[in-house]
Design a binder for this molecule. Structure first.
Ligand code: HT7
Ligand code: ZN
Length: 865
């Protein structure tokens, strides 16, 4: 397959103003009749070339005359015509049951569903399947009424009827222009939860949530979240919903989290269904966040969309930023910020270090589905956040207002967005644009000097970005670098004559910057990259005392947490490199700092819980040049162990202090449960005398999934027999609830045990496991490959081989999911030579497959280069 390049963009040769679609649904032979009003775009005589894949062409007419002058292959239909304006009617046939890729129109769990982003519409009909072709759609759906009482599509319902043969039909009209990737159709037998929302201008919007039969009680949180998101977008961005109805359908078979189709969102049921017994606090949080994300796309994505897929971050980076702001406003800002940053440090930095490195606006793509990445989404959101920082909240809002004023109803580029931000605020963002084209993780190195005699303190800040697999040369970026200086009492040093100090920010634009402050009586402690003001790595030679000082005194809660993580990281890396001569002094100062963190538990429980957690293996891996798997893993365990045993009384007191009534999802109770379950895991790990009893008691009395799962997670650190026993009980109770069973699958797949590779096949042969269902695949294979450090990286290569075997199986079933879970195998660059060779060997084995999908070819070939 050949790569498409961003620089090759050409405007479409033809435009489509209106589309009329008629679907005759049948599980094996669905007929689709698509009638499009088409106009030639500009003066040329090129043919009309339509995209189409895995569909059967039945008939083709132009202005009602059969077309003879056409050619068709596996990917395109080319029609030679001299007409400038015409009606094209295409009839196709598809087999939804056979479609396991979950792209285009598919049939699963008794319902029809579509997924068209990015390029799935071409699996339904021949079309100009590109985001800059915007049209109005009328859609009529025919299907058996008994089996499919609900027939849904985008926009408003404008007609319905009944046929004599038991079938019925419904007609939908979407008044907004949209690209084909936002088209949706759903047909099935669902339970329906209805509600409404009155917009700021007083319009009544009907809200409809469609769920599996019997699951209605689990839909209330999603509906409540939707109403919060609608109100929030009006308040913060002045954006109101535009149709009279907003529908959300929850389905069990889905490749990603959810899809923002105009007026008809389709969701993975994991991000809709929740009640206290079956969903954790994290599930409740994620539902609110994903419901928000898809809703916010109505403006950032649907009303203004992407000109081409290279611009994906235009809608995704911006919408992730918006959902992050929403979540922060709904719960704890610092906890949210920490979560955002953990994603960047654990996954985005790893992507930059791998063969898949790319800028937030990629330059070259073979399979678009491979670019729904942490870089495009989460680093993209960080880039938007930096603009927010540079322009201020008011300036940012002015920029957003201008963006919609200029581009509503259009398909535009990232440059158009930045230009609107610049024009609205008169802040020069020309240098800033480099963030869109440059890949990689910038490193900001800070050193300082202090002259006792003059009291002059100088910070020297340099930036550089190491070369990445896709790009050798890097330039200096425009980085908003927030910082503050703390004196020895912990007070912030203010000096109005130093503008950077006043602004608490220096805008780095060159390779090197210097900032000086005079008249200080002692050397201050710099607290750097406050609130993670840019997606960079920072290096400064902190002493342990300075880190403890920041933990106690920084005015920025995020930085207090960050300093705690630096202190743990330092202990872990020190132990990993010199396990035989542990740095007792370092560990003691860490334990003193940790001891102090317990005092925060009452006043700021969210921050306390985050500070008392040590960095993940993935975060630690990004702090070293070479990953020594066993050494790093065991050092992390040992430091946790040290915290567990040295502070066991504090953990027990913290556990006992969290008094919570019957389950409610609210910020206070969430924090308490988090602290309690964290304490429990330390108590088990430290082998506290009460640990086993606490596990059993909490498991027996838990009225909610957070506490039940908290027990199972903690029990992983204790005796295997107790863990196994609890897992058996859990499976017995939950085997009929697939979303809960996924948690059980994931726990098994993550277990640290020497026979893990013998146990995984048992999981895969479990009666509830199916390779056809992405949630099941992610919970077993994804959890194992991404998070079972010792199992996946087993030195005999068995973990890698196991994953490769299943990727080869998934290749023909669902290439999109296969290409996602191969990621850990492609990130071999930082491992030791033996592991590198073993990982590459499996990649080569996959590459040898004669029928490999484009998705896998792109990732495997890049990783083997
Ligand atoms: N815009 C959507 C991206 C997407 C997707 C969703 C579901 C299944 C397959 C998909 N491919 C691309 C999701 C979002 O960012 O909101
Ligand atoms: Zn999105």
């Amino acid at each position: 397959p050949v790569a498409k390049k961003r620089s090759d963009y050409q405007t479409p040769d033809f435009l489509i103003s209106h589309v009329d679609m008629v679907f005759h649904l049948d599980v094996e032979n669905t007929r689709v009749i698509t009638t499009s009003q088409i106009t030639r775009n500009g003066q040329h005589d090129r043919p009309l070339v339509l995209d189409g894949e895995s569909i059967k062409l039945i008939s083709l007419t132009l202005n009602e005359d059969p077309i003879h002058d056409y050619t068709v292959n596996d990917e395109q239909l080319s029609i030679q015509t001299s007409a400038n304006t015409f009606t094209l009617c295409v009839e196709t046939e598809i087999n939804p049951r056979e479609n396991k890729t979950l792209e285009g129109l598919y049939f699963s769990a008794g319902a029809y569903c579509t997924q068209c982003e990015a390029e799935g519409f071409r699996k339904i009909t021949y079309f100009l399947d590109r985001p800059d072709v915007l049209a109005k759609y009328d859609v009529t759906i025919f299907a058996d009424k008994a089996r499919y009482p609900h027939l849904l599509s985008n926009g408003n319902q404008i007609g319905k009827g009944q046929l004599d043969d038991g079938r019925h039909w419904v007609k939908w009209q979407d008044p907004f222009n949209k690209p084909s990737y936002l088209f949706a159709l759903v047909a099935g037998d669902f339970d329906l939860l209805s509600d409404h929302f009155i917009t700021q201008s007083g319009r009544n919007v009907v809200l409809e949530l469609y769920v599996d039969k019997g699951a209605l009680d689990k839909g209330h949180h999603a509906i409540a979240s939707l109403k919060k998101a609608m109100a929030w977008d009006e308040k913060v961005f002045g954006l109101e919903y535009d149709l009279d109805i907003y529908m959300v359908v929850a389905v069990d078979f889905f490749n990603m989290g959810a899809m923002e189709n105009k007026g008809l969102n389709v969701f993975n049921s994991k991000f809709v269904l929740a009640d206290a017994q079956s969903a954790t606090d994290d599930d409740f949080f994620n539902i609110e966040a994903v419901i928000g994300h898809e809703y916010f796309h109505n403006w950032t994505g649907n009303r203004v969309t992407c000109r081409d897929w290279f611009q994906l971050s235009l809608k995704e980076g911006l919408t992730v930023f918006r959902d992050q702001q929403f979540s922060a406003d709904m719960s704890s800002p610092v906890f949210n910020r920490i979560k955002n940053v953990q994603i960047i440090r654990e996954h985005q930095f790893a992507e930059d270090a791998s063969a898949m490195a790319h800028p937030i606006r990629p330059e070259e793509v073979i399979e678009m589905n491979n670019f729904y990445t942490v870089t495009v989404y989460d680093k993209g959101a960080e880039v938007i956040r930096m603009m927010h920082t540079l322009l201020g909240a008011d300036g940012f809002r002015k920029g957003i207002d201008l963006y919609f004023e200029r581009f509503d109803g259009q398909a535009v580029t990232c440059d158009d967005f930045v230009q609107a931000m610049q024009d609205a605020t008169h802040v020069d963002l020309s240098h800033f644009r480099l963030w869109y084209s440059q890949s990689g993780t910038p490193k900001v190195t800070v050193t300082d000097t202090f002259e006792q005699s003059s009291g002059r303190y100088t910070l020297t800040i340099t930036q550089s970005t190491p070369p990445t697999a896709d790009q050798a040369q890097k330039g200096a970026l425009h980085i908003p670098f927030k910082f503050e200086l703390l004196d020895q009492q912990g007070a912030i040093i203010y000096d109005d004559s130093v503008p950077e100090l006043k602004a608490k920010m220096v805008e780095l634009t060159q390779a090197k910057h210097e900032i000086s402050v005079s008249g200080l009586s002692e050397k201050p402690t710099p607290s750097l990259l406050l609130n993670f003001s840019a997606p960079v790595k920072v290096e400064y030679p902190y002493s342990h005392q300075q880190l403890s000082h920041i933990i106690l005194h920084s005015s920025d809660e995020f930085s207090r947490w960050d300093a705690s993580q630096s202190l743990y990281s330092r202990c872990i890396h020190s132990l990993a490199t010199t396990p035989d001569s542990p740095d007792e002094e370092l560990f003691d100062s860490m334990l003193v700092a940790v001891s102090g963190m317990f005092d925060l538990a009452d006043s700021n429980p969210a921050l306390a819980a985050a500070m008392l957690s040590v960095p993940s293996f993935e975060t630690l891996s990004q702090q070293v040049d070479e990953i020594h798997v066993e050494a790093l893993y065991h050092a992390q365990r040992s430091i946790r162990n040290l915290m567990a045993t040295s502070l066991s009384e504090k953990w027990l007191a913290l556990y006992n202090k969290q008094i919570i009534g019957s389950y409610q999802y609210n910020a206070d109770d969430v924090d308490k449960r988090r602290l309690r379950n964290l304490s429990l895991s330390y108590l088990v790990q430290g082998d506290a005398p009460q640990a086993s009893k606490l596990l059993s008691a909490q498991f027996a009395s838990a009225d909610n999934m957070t506490d039940s799962l908290g027990v199972l997670k903690a029990a992983q650190y204790g005796p295997v027999a107790q863990f196994d026993n609890l897992m058996v009980q859990f499976e017995e109770r939950w085997r009929r609830d697939p979303l809960v069973l996924d948690k059980w699958f994931a726990l098994h797949a993550n277990m640290e045990r020497s026979d893990i590779l013998a146990r995984l096949p048992l999981l895969l042969s479990h009666e509830k496991f199916s390779l056809d269902n992405p949630n099941r695949v992610r919970s077993v294979l994804g959890s194992f490959a991404f998070y079972n450090v010792l199992g996946f990286h087993a030195i005999d290569g068995s973990g890698y081989r196991f994953l490769a075997d299943y990727i080869l199986k998934l290749n023909s079933v669902n290439p999109q999911v296969a290409a996602r879970i191969i990621t850990p195998l492609t990130q071999w660059q930082k491992f030791d030579d033996t592991r590198q060779e073993l990982m590459r060997y499996q990649l080569a084995r996959i590459a040898d497959c004669k029928t490999l999908s484009k998705d896998l070819i792109e990732k495997v070939s890049k990783s083997l280069n």
